[in-house]
Design a protein around this ligand. Structure first.
Ligand code: ADP
Ligand code: MG
Length: 242
């Protein structure tokens, strides 16, 4: 089977009629935990939105990201991502690979692989040839301004550069949805700004971007801010002036 690797522009704008993410009555109770991490969350995020998720530590932000990104399943409620009801899927990994690019607080690069090889990793699962992987990895590294770092190991990169490699890796399978959980949490303000600008570019090319942040300046880059507290959404505001 020839793997599908959409190289052209995303055609996200052509598909109307459903949200990128729709959560209905989502509750998450971790095993051996009394208190629910999410309690009856209803949330719809349209295709192409750039949303910041804010809230105190322990309010459920990462749990929400894991559930939206098909890394975990809710205890109760329905999750629909890119038109697919996740509850209908026996396995989430294939769906996740094609649909979601993750950026975490720590870059989670594999230490013994070069920057380019790290970007190639998700493409192996997609079944791309060695040459196609290499070409695409170099394109993506160029995109995040790291052409001259392709052969560097993570230990030879700064924190900001490593996170840019992580953004390139998140784009490896051309996902329509990018989920970033405190992507600037470990960066100086200049490097943070570069990451936020990259995420903004991803929004402008039609991807949906959801980003958890503690930083108000970073949150200001988003067009919508969702506020979580004790596993519930207590605020949801759209910024009209951006
Ligand atoms: N894997 C887990 N097992 C048990 N409890 C967890 C797990 N992950 C998170 N929690 C708990 O769920 C709640 C929400 O956590 P989390 O989603 O990580 O919040 P945030 O990202 O906003 O800090 C916290 O009380 C946390 O301790
Ligand atoms: Mg968290």
């Amino acid at each position: 089977m020839v793997p599908t690797m959409p190289d052209g522009p995303l055609l996200l704008g052509d598909v109307h009629g459903y949200s990128m993410i729709r959560l209905q009555g989502v509750t998450k109770i971790y095993p051996n935990r009394q208190v629910a991490a999410l309690r009856g969350v209803d949330l719809a995020i349209d295709k192409g939105e750039f949303v910041a998720v804010v809230g105190p530590s322990g309010s459920g932000k990462s749990t929400l990201m894991h559930i939206m990104g098909a890394l975990d399943r809710p205890t109760e409620g329905e999750v629909c991502v890119n038109g697919q009801r996740l509850g209908d899927l026996a396995r989430l990994d294939g769906f996740r690979l094609r649909t979601v690019g993750f950026v975490f607080q720590s870059h989670h690069l594999i230490p013994m692989l070069t920057a380019a090889e790290n970007v190639e990793v998700p493409m192996v699962a997609l079944g791309l040839s060695r040459r196609a992987r290499r070409t695409r990895a170099l394109e993506l590294l160029a995109r995040v301004g790291l052409t001259d770092r392709a052969e560097h190991l993570p230990s030879q990169l700064s924190g900001g550069e490593s996170q840019r490699v992580a953004v390139a890796r998140a784009l490896a399978c051309n996902p329509p949805l990018i989920l970033a959980d405190e992507p600037t949490g470990e960066l100086d303000s200049e490097s943070a700004q570069v990451i936020v600008e990259l995420l903004g570019e991803l929004e402008r090319e039609g991807r949906t971007v959801v980003m958890v942040t503690h930083n108000h300046d970073v949150a200001a880059a988003a067009r919508r801010v969702v506020v979580l507290r004790d596993g519930r959404i207590i605020g949801d505001r759209r910024c009209l002036d951006t």
